[in-house]
Design a protein around this ligand. Structure first.
Ligand code: AMP
Ligand code: GLY
Length: 420
């Protein structure tokens, strides 16, 4: 069969490679893909906001299933649009995508269904927000309501910083703002929890822990993710049960009562405080680089899982995982997450020798005249499976040292909590 993947990051290359390994797949199209997907699929250069052109391409090429990687097309309603033309899509519709598209939407579901989350207030103007901040405890968290590519969250140590954050949000730094969300700072340990949904049922999709800060020791600015390891060290059966019963199931009930169901990946960003889970945020997609870290461990044919989801038959599928430990290091352009150079050639990237337990996933790369150039902040990912995290990490670092791409940097301490 023919499948299409929407997106161009490491996550989408990992999805592409998993599907490429299935003998049920004849052809893959990536919209728009990267230099890595170009080797195993056809990259299609269509603007992701042009739904009609995407739909026409899918129809003309008889693509049987579309998998949507990133949040923006989901929040913009690409699923609803394609389904109107009887196209099978893996991903949540526009209403369900509000779980990621609007933090206030999610907070309101939390409130209505008693889902554990940080205490919060929603304010429509600067004055009300400022009054509230005068009598608050610090640190406090100020958030823009809408999609902000992970940047609309301020952890504020004092009233002055919090007022500045409120100002920036209402002044439109993350697009037009009708509200600001202010919430209690939760002190605990962060964990991601992934589930996969077919609209009726859901299953767990393994666990992973990412490192969001740019510098070693988990310091410096927030990024999209500098690396990850799977499984997470925090998960245990009791905690899993709490997450499912106190957070996931009530959320699905909330969506159901709004007249919709969830289809696709649901990614709960949690804070674990004394073995109790609190919801920090939802994403309506797989994490990046968590997806790259988890998928190499998947033993079940990925297309069977995706098709079962689109046919509402996930309960008929057994999802099986390798018992190996997986670790992923993200290689970035020097300067990321601030200003960095683009269009720098990366020599020998495709010549790195890999064994069957090693995976190279491209992210911000393009291929021009058979050469590979960097075009993004996060450029590529190297994943290794091993019996222990330390040898997985050593393996990756020795490959990256050999590659020796001078315009890059990466964290050598990914997984430090499970290694050192
Ligand atoms: P979000 O985009 O909502 O996941 O927030 C980005 C990051 O800010 C999270 O990964 C946490 O590290 C941090 N964060 C968000 N909300 C809170 C909170 N209520 N308490 C503590 N840290 C938070
Ligand atoms: N790794 C964090 C994210 O995908 O949002």
């Amino acid at each position: 069969m023919k499948v299409g993947i929407i997106g161009s990051g490491g996550r989408e290359h990992a999805i592409c490679e998993s599907l490429y390994n299935s003998n049920k797949i004849d052809k893959i199209y990536c919209f728009p893909g990267n230099a890595g997907t170009a080797n195993i699929s056809e990259n299609v250069n269509i603007n992701l906001e042009n739904f009609e052109e995407i739909k026409n391409f899918i129809k003309d090429n008889k693509i049987e299933l579309i998998v949507i990687g990133p949040e923006k097309p989901l929040v913009d309603g690409l699923v609803d649009y394609l389904q109107k033309f009887q196209i099978k899509v893996f991903g949540p519709n526009k209403t369900a995508s509000q779980l990621e598209g609007s933090k206030i939407f999610t907070k309101q579901i939390c409130q209505k269904y008693n889902i554990p989350t940080a205490k919060f207030g929603i304010f429509q103007n600067k004055e009300d927000a400022s009054n509230y901040l005068k009598n608050s405890n610090y640190p406090i968290v100020v958030k823009a309501d809408n999609l902000a590519s992970g940047k609309g969250v301020y952890i504020c140590e004092n009233q002055k910083d919090a007022l500045l954050a409120v100002d920036e949000i209402f002044n439109g730094k993350f697009g037009e703002a009708k509200n600001v969300l202010i919430e209690e700072f939760l002190k605990g340990e962060e964990m991601s929890f992934f589930t996969i949904h077919d609209g009726n049922t859901f299953k767990e999709f393994d666990t992973a822990q990412d490192h969001k800060r740019v510098l070693e020791g988990d310091n410096g600015k927030n990024t999209g993710g500098m690396g990850a390891y799977s499984p997470s060290r925090l998960i245990n059966n009791k905690l899993k049960e709490k997450i499912i019963n106190k957070i996931i199931k009530p959320t699905l009930k909330g969506l159901h009562e709004l007249g919709t169901n969830f289809n696709g990946f649901l990614y709960a960003g949690l804070m674990i405080v004394e073995n109790e889970p609190y919801l920090i945020e939802y994403n309506v997609r797989m994490g990046d680089p968590e997806c790259q870290t988890i998928l190499p461990k998947l033993k079940t044919d990925f297309i069977d899982i995706l098709m079962a989801c689109s046919d509402g038959k996930l309960n008929e599928i057994q999802i099986e995982w390798s018992k190996k430990k997986s670790l992923c290091i993200v290689v970035c352009s020097k300067g990321y997450p601030d200003v960095y150079e683009k269009n720098i050639e990366i020599q020998n990237l495709d010549k790195i020798l890999k064994n069957s337990k090693e995976f190279l996933f491209h992210a911000g790369t393009v291929k021009k005249n058979n050469k590979i150039f960097s075009i993004g902040g996060r450029v590529f990912n190297f994943v290794s499976l091993s019996d222990d995290y330390k040898s997985a990490r050593n393996q990756i670092i020795s490959k990256l040292e050999k590659l020796n791409w001078p315009w890059s940097f990466y964290r050598k301490d990914i997984g430090h909590k499970v290694i050192d």
